[in-house]
Design a binder for this molecule. Structure first.
Ligand SMILES: [Zn+2]
Length: 93
């Protein structure tokens, strides 16, 4: 996977890259990360509009899942994977 300029800048600043954030995003929203990991994700979301928007979409998906009786985690995972691929391909501006 090629490194995006924004990811490279994050790396230089000691911050998580978008790819790393996306890997942890679902667990972050589920509250399954350690304090350190959750803080790192929060810092990234604070400084990255596209990941912040993506996390908001997941939050809404999870909220609608919570309202339903059945859990469709695969839907969230699929979306997460698609977004990860788009980021990896440099298609997300
Ligand atoms: Zn990001």
């Amino acid at each position: 996977m090629k490194m995006l300029i924004a990811d490279l800048m994050n790396r230089l600043r000691g911050r998580m890259t978008c790819a790393e954030t996306l890997v942890l995003l679902q667990q972050y929203l589920d509250g399954e990360l350690t304090v350190e990991e959750a803080r790192a994700v929060a810092v990234h979301l604070d400084s990255c509009t596209r990941c912040d928007e993506e996390s908001e979409i997941y939050r809404q998906i999870k909220a609608s899942i919570g309202a339903a009786s059945e859990v469709h985690d695969s839907d969230v995972l699929e979306r997460l994977q698609r977004f990860g691929e788009r980021v990896g391909n440099g298609e997300v501006s």
